[in-house]
Ligand binder design. Sequence first.
Ligand code: PEP
Ligand code: MG
Length: 313
Amino acid sequence: ARRRALDAATGPGRTADGHPVPLLANIGGPRDVKAALEGGAEGVGLYRTEFLFLDRTEPPTLEEQRDAYRTVLEAFPHGKVVVRTLDAGADKPLAFLPPPTAEPNPALGERGIRLFKAFPDVMSAQLRALAGAAEGMADRLQVMAPMVSTVEEAAWFVHECATRGLDSAGAMIEVPAAALRSKDLAGVVDFFSIGTNDLAQYAFAADRQVGALVALQDPWQPALLDLIAAAVGDHGVPCGVCGEAAADPALACVLVGLGVATLSMSAPALPAVRAGLARHSLAQCRTAAAAARGHVTAQAARNAARAELPGLA
Ligand code: PEP
Ligand code: MG
């Protein structure tokens, strides 16, 4: 009983009937590793590398990058580490990497993988630093690109990774076009990770930084649930979620019910999500997902799902 209580507090994520759901941490760099380990993270599901590049006039050197990536890989000797390549632009502007042309709508501009493509030196240095960091641990490193919207972009990214010896390359699904055509993307990438923050922003045409539009950023919005279901699909490519939605214990169960394989969140959210999963079977998660999707407002979807998840506080 003591062992079970301990497992429920920090052990691997799983449903009440033993379906494994690895619980991973969102981190911004080595300084977040301690909290992730304390929360019982089984690995890193989103390493936001842009924090290494912020507040500087020159990009970090290859060595500096390699050391940061290696520190994180070494901190999780048994877990995978999903590193997101530079997601600059829009809400994450970088002083030394301005978009090539003036942009009236930065969220719709040259950001994420688009900017990465426009600056081949920066791209190449980051991928080489990642390959160097993973020496001897290459099986645990997964690299993913932000803001992928077409299959050509995904194929380009996979090729650039493979050229540098990075064998596991994935795409974030955070643009509705990518969610709708996830079947095509599944033909070229190794995994998906849904970024619900940007997916909601682009699905509802609602700037994620505008507080007045918070209701349109509600991850229980039925249209967002539909896009998540479309992204997961049935194409056999593992799909995680790394946006804020994964941190809501009820929604985490719904995501598992939709077929999401892993959940990544900020460290403080891990214990409650782990406990919520442990109290519900996979069948209950599926029932909750179907209940949520049968409603037409975010509030009704949330209430319907919660009614199927009696183990939540
Ligand atoms: C997201 O968009 O949901 C996401 C996880 O990435 P970020 O919040 O860093 O844009
Ligand atoms: Mg994003």
